[in-house]
Ligand binder design. Structure first.
Ligand SMILES: [Zn+2]
Ligand SMILES: [Zn+2]
Length: 230
């Protein structure tokens, strides 16, 4: 029975579309990331576990390599492509620094690999899941992903998200998600979502600690009362 399934399970989930540039394989990155950012349920059992710096370095290096693959596949960055476009008024006010963005991101990742932070400063998966999805019908031909610089509409089923920092900060979810998980910032304006999330989490823990202390105090009082009537 098992043999049947193995023999017939020939579907390769990584089928690539020949018309579009290949996406880098991020499985190594996400595997490394999961080593250094345990999911919330695990966090509770090993609350103050600090990731090993070598593992954090590996995550930065792995993402830098993936972005480098993307840069070569998409033929962006480095070469200083200044595309220009058809002069759509949508992009008129914006600097065309998209071509260099991936260079900056790779540079930051390489630096992160050399001097890894003590803990991962990225956002959690829930943050990525909760990002605004931009419907295909509201996108136009002049809009492209600032990371891979692929026009969103080249993809028949684009999965585009809007970061909360700015209404025009749109990205392919697949491009921005690994960066957000590791760095927690908007690649365009560096709004630090990871920091905001950590502050919120810290506040939540403080409140929890306060409640726990209060509950313990009540219990102590009850113990005292019990003692009085023994
Ligand atoms: Zn992209
Ligand atoms: Zn932004």
């Amino acid at each position: 029975m098992a043999t049947y399934e193995v023999e017939h399970n020939t579907t390769d989930p990584r089928i690539t579309n020949q018309d579009r540039p290949r996406r880098p394989d991020l499985s190594t990155f996400f595997a490394t990331l999961s080593e250094i950012t345990p999911n919330p349920a695990e966090t509770r059992t090993r609350e103050h576990a600090v990731p090993v710096p070598g593992d954090v370095s590996a995550a930065f290096r792995s993402l830098a390599e993936a972005f480098d693959v993307m840069r070569r596949e998409h033929d962006i960055g480095g070469a200083g492509d200044d595309g220009g476009g058809e002069g759509g008024d949508e992009t008129a006010g914006e600097d065309h620094h998209g071509a260099a963005l991936i260079d900056q991101m790779i540079e930051a990742l390489v630096q992160g690999a050399e001097l890894p932070p003590r803990e991962v400063e990225g956002v959690n998966e829930e943050f990525c899941d909760s990002l605004d999805r931009v419907p295909r019908s509201t996108l136009n031909d002049s809009q492209s992903c600032p990371i891979c610089s692929n026009p969103f509409l080249d993809d028949p089923y684009p999965l585009v998200v809007r970061l909360p920092c700015h209404t025009t900060h749109l990205f392919d979810l697949e491009c921005v998600r690994p960066w957000l998980r590791l760095r927690g910032t908007c690649p365009l304006d560096r709004t630090d979502f990871g920091k905001k999330q950590r502050e919120k989490e810290l506040e939540r823990r403080k409140q929890q600690e306060k409640r726990r202390a209060a509950a313990a105090a009540v219990e102590d009082d009850e113990d005292d009362l019990d003692g009085m009537y023994v």
